[in-house]
Design a binder for this molecule. Structure first.
Ligand SMILES: *[C@@H]1O[C@H](CO)[C@@H](O)[C@H](O)[C@H]1NC(C)=O
Ligand SMILES: *[C@@H]1O[C@H](CO)[C@@H](O)[C@H](O)[C@H]1NC(C)=O
Ligand SMILES: *[C@@H]1O[C@H](CO)[C@@H](O)[C@H](O)[C@H]1NC(C)=O
Ligand SMILES: *[C@@H]1O[C@H](CO)[C@@H](O)[C@H](O)[C@H]1NC(C)=O
Length: 298
């Protein structure tokens, strides 16, 4: 269960290194993430879907209200998607997804246990040309089945997945449809969404920077440099001592999906009696030159 927490914390999507973080010129991705639970767990919906454009979540759906809804900055976007129609599509996908999960649980004769299925699929374009796609499922955190569009076929990565493969390939047209989804439908959807989303994904929000100092009794003084409210997420924040780059003691990063901005911080420990000058350096694509903030600023 622990591994699912980042998926469920939809408001504070912690950075997953597998998600493309960099908005290089003309590089965009559309990613759907589905999660199903074999057992009801308190208030968590048994099925959840979310979609991201690059690193920003734009919609969510779950088995409780069965409504696709735009989230974050996409709440303000009009006309990008017919959310009522999308709700029906997501409901159909939910049914297939949960059926697959139940099949696996049955295969392993463990209907008493608590299990989860996780699916990730989508596509990428670069300079308006298709540049990649992916479609893969994970059962209890382990690789389960993956679509290979070159063969094309579903590739079983787990003994139970042979059954799923048989089901999903029962008619040759199913495989052709999966391939067409990744190669045609998904990029077409991404292009359509970009018409409404480029201004969000291409924006350059410069970082604000604050430096704070903290000292607990009996410990080294800590200097924290926080850059916030910036986009895109790629940034370089580091400390120097007397002009030389210092290894940080702690480094962190958060994406606030609601307003589509990042925060990033770096902490250095200053030895007692060290009087050398410390400075925080921040470099970001929105800045003509790095921001430099002295460490002793109060
Ligand atoms: C599940 O149970 C069936 C029937 O009892 C048995 O044939 C099968 O081998 C079991 N499957 C696993 C994965 O243990
Ligand atoms: C599943 O739970 C039921 C009822 O609690 C129990 O009778 C059964 O033995 C359990 N099965 C397994 C495989 O643990
Ligand atoms: C991008 O590609 C699509 C499909 O190939 C095409 O219809 C569209 O006109 C292209 N857009 C640009 C800006 O070139
Ligand atoms: C974005 O959201 C975060 C977290 O709620 C907040 O700290 C930050 O000030 C917000 N930034 C803007 C520009 O609204």
């Amino acid at each position: 269960m622990v591994r699912m927490v980042p998926v469920l914390l939809s408001l504070l999507l912690l950075l997953d290194p597998a998600v493309p973080q960099e908005t290089q010129d003309g590089h965009y991705s559309l990613t759907y993430i589905y999660t199903g639970l074999s057992k009801l767990v308190e208030d968590i919906p048994q099925f959840q879907a979310l979609g991201s454009l690059n690193d920003l979540q734009f919609f969510r759906y779950n088995s409780k209200d069965r409504k696709s809804q735009p989230v974050g900055l996409w709440r303000q976007v009009e006309g990008m998607e017919d959310w009522k129609q999308d709700s029906q599509l997501q409901k159909a996908r939910e049914d297939i997804f949960m059926e697959t999960l139940n099949d696996i649980v049955e295969y392993y004769n463990d209907s008493n246990g608590s299990h989860n299925l996780h699916g990730r699929f989508g596509c990428e374009i670069e300079n308006n040309r298709s540049s990649g796609s992916f479609w893969k499922y994970y059962y209890d955190g382990k690789d389960y089945i993956e679509f290979n569009k070159e063969i094309p076929a579903w590739v079983a990565l787990d003994p139970a997945a042979q059954n799923t493969k048989q089901k999903w390939e029962a008619e040759p047209v199913y495989v052709q449809r999966a391939k067409a989804y990744l190669e045609e439908e998904c990029p077409a959807t991404l292009r359509k969404y970009l018409k409404y989303s480029k201004n969000i994904l291409d924006r350059q929000d410069p970082p604000s920077v604050v430096v704070t100092s903290h000292q607990a009794p009996g410990e080294k003084k800590k200097l924290k440099c926080l850059a916030y409210d910036f986009y895109p997420g790629k940034i370089d924040v580091h400390w120097t001592r007397d002009g030389k780059v210092q290894e940080p003691e702690l480094r962190g990063e958060v994406l606030h999906n609601e307003n589509g901005t990042y925060q990033s911080w770096v902490v250095v420990a200053v030895p007692p009696q060290d009087t050398a000058p410390y400075s925080c350096h921040v470099q970001h694509s929105s800045l003509a030159q790095p921001l430099v903030v002295p460490g002793e600023a109060r």
